[in-house]
Design a protein around this ligand. Sequence first.
Ligand SMILES: [Zn+2]
Length: 387
Amino acid sequence: MSRYLISFLFCCLLHNTTKAQVFNSFYGNVVNQSSFDSVQQNLLDFESLGIKEPGTAALTNTLIWLKNKYQQFGYTDIVIDTFDFIGNEAYNLIVTKPGTTYPNTFVVVDGHYDTKTGTGTNDNGSGTSIILETARLLKNIDTDYSIKFIHFSLEEVGLVGSYHFVNNIAFPNGMDIRVLLNIDEVGGDITKTNNTIVCERDESNPTAANAASHAFTDTLDTCVQLYSNLFTEISYAYGSDYMPFQAKDYVITGFFEKNETPHRHQATDSIAYVDIPYVYEITKATIGSTMYFAVARDSANSINEWDENNFSIYPNPTSEHLKIVLKQKNEVIKKIEITNQLGEKIFVKDNINFTSETINTKPFKTGMYYLMIESNEKISIQKFIKK
Ligand SMILES: [Zn+2]
């Protein structure tokens, strides 16, 4: 991944400091089962596989290594997606974990495993290691949505693997992707203090999915704060495997290191320059975020966040007013927030205690909005349209 330094101004302006969700102790327990040693070992193994350029044995051996890892974790739905690149076969690895409620809607967690010039231990051994550890821990956790862990090949020669997947598999088949979390080059710069991760969102044309990308990226930002010790910064998505999805209006978000390594695409991109504790913190953030996006459930407990079915709103589309009614009789609404397509909060009502509410939507501009309600037990989000 390469990137130019961008202005923080726009990001800071829209940066959302209000937590749209609260710490979930079940998610926290799973996050705490992640292993520093596993992440470190993944990085070492990735490095030892060599320089993973098109047509090399190292690239194929890395695919085999990844496939073996998923088999060890107990995954069975493992697909090798083969494509051609200038006379060489290349391979994406796609591993699917079925969801219990929405099996045909996917949360995608992806990163590339090919490298340029060096072994790519940061770019992108870091993302690869994080995805593996996330998949290891989520194997036996129930999620409402299905999860696809995708390791793309040939990102470094022009996002070739991800373009192939989007244009030949996902888009033609109408694959329903709730959100895609791309993880690329998150090893940091060992000579600096690495305490901040950049959360990336869609700020490009086409724009139909930008508002949803902003909302999910706000959620990602909050999950980082809830499940790791890192600070966050919001920026725009650029130059990695989420862009072919972006081009087709899929909802994307991503992680990228704040301190950019000077070793990218060099023979020196090795573990000696990777901040392993930083990669471990991003692993924790990824596990928490993936559980949140896929709506993980503790089978022994009914706590549920982001449940669209928790309340009903009508009329939708609305013109003059919107009525909110909770479906569970034992719940009360504590807080209501409405966010517009730019990610700006335009309505907040706090410290409340009732089972239904009517909001005057007359002053709202025409467009799509996100309504978040916090009840005594759950946090739920629904979209509505103002005519
Ligand atoms: Zn990369």
